[in-house]
Write a protein that binds this ligand. Sequence first.
Ligand SMILES: Cc1cc2nc3c(=O)[nH]c(=O)nc-3n(C[C@H](O)[C@H](O)[C@H](O)COP(=O)(O)OP(=O)(O)OC[C@H]3O[C@@H](n4cnc5c(N)ncnc54)[C@H](O)[C@@H]3O)c2cc1C
Ligand code: FES
Length: 249
Amino acid sequence: MIHSKITEKIRETPSTCTLKFEWDAAVLPGQFIMIWIPGYGEIPMSISDTGNPKAITVKAYGPPSARLQELGVNDKLFFRGPYGVPFTEVKERKLIIGSGSGMACLMPLVDSKSTVMISAKKASELLYRGKINAENVIYITDDGSEGTRGFPDTVLRDFDTKEFHMVYVCGPEAMMYKVLGILSARQNRAEFSLERSMKCGIGICDSCSIDGIQLCRDGPVIGIERLKNSIEFGRSKLDHSGKRIRVEI
Ligand SMILES: Cc1cc2nc3c(=O)[nH]c(=O)nc-3n(C[C@H](O)[C@H](O)[C@H](O)COP(=O)(O)OP(=O)(O)OC[C@H]3O[C@@H](n4cnc5c(N)ncnc54)[C@H](O)[C@@H]3O)c2cc1C
Ligand code: FES
C-alpha cells in the first residue's frame, strides 16, 4: 500500500472535488489506482492529472466516495497501483467526449489539438469548466443551463467527426452505448473507458468481468472494434455482490 499526503483540495462542482498528492510514479492517461478508505473499503479512481503532483477527481455517490471528499490538505491517502491499460495517445487532432465524473480520466489527454465535448446534467455540474486548454470546448447540459441543450450523442449526430484521428469517450454507460453506435457506423477510431465493480484490481477476483475479460487488467480502456462486438456492454453487468443486473440504457 502506498501512502501520500493531500497537498491541495479543489472544489470543482457542488458534488465533485479534486485531491492533489505527491507521487513520483509513471502513470499513463486512462490508468487508475485502488484507494483504500479506512472503514469503507477500496474503490477504483482514475488519475485525473498524471504529472507530479498527481490528482484524483472524486464525485460523491455513496458513503465511500463521500468520505473521500471529506479529506483535506495534509490528510493521508492510501492506495495501490497504477493499474489498467491506458489510452492510446495520438499526436493528431482528437475528440474527447466526457460526461459527468467520466471527464476525470480523460483530462490527461487534453491538449491544444483536442476538441472536448463535456456534458453534465446542469451548468454547475460541468467538470473543469473554464479550465480546459483545448482547441475547442463544447459544453452540453441536459437542461440547457449552459451550452447546447441535450446529450453528447444528440450533439454528435450533427457533428462531423471525420477530421479526428481518435475519439476518446468516458461517462455513463447509456451515453457511451449510444456514442458507440454513432462512431461505429462512421468507422471512427475510438477508445472507451468502461466502469465495472472492481475489488482486487489485479485480475484475481473476476468481479470486473465483461465478455469474459477482466476490465481491471485488460481495460478499463477498450477499443471500438472490441466493444462493438460486446454482448454485455449496454446490457448487463455484475453488481458489487456478484449478481448479474441489467444496465439501464
Ligand atoms: C476504472 C474506474 C475508474 C474510476 N474513476 C473514477 C473517478 O475518477 N472519479 C469518480 O468519481 N469515480 C470513479 N470511478 C467510480 C468509483 O470507483 C465508484 O464506483 C464510485 O465513486 C461509487 O461510489 P461509492 O463507492 O461512494 O458509492 P456506492 O456505489 O454507494 O458504493 C456502495 C458500495 O459499493 C462499493 N463500490 C462502489 N463502487 C465500486 C467499484 N467500482 N468497485 C468495487 N466496489 C465498489 C463501495 O465500496 C461500497 O461498499 C471509477 C470506477 C472505475 C471502475
Ligand atoms: S477487480 Fe478483480 S479481477 Fe478485476
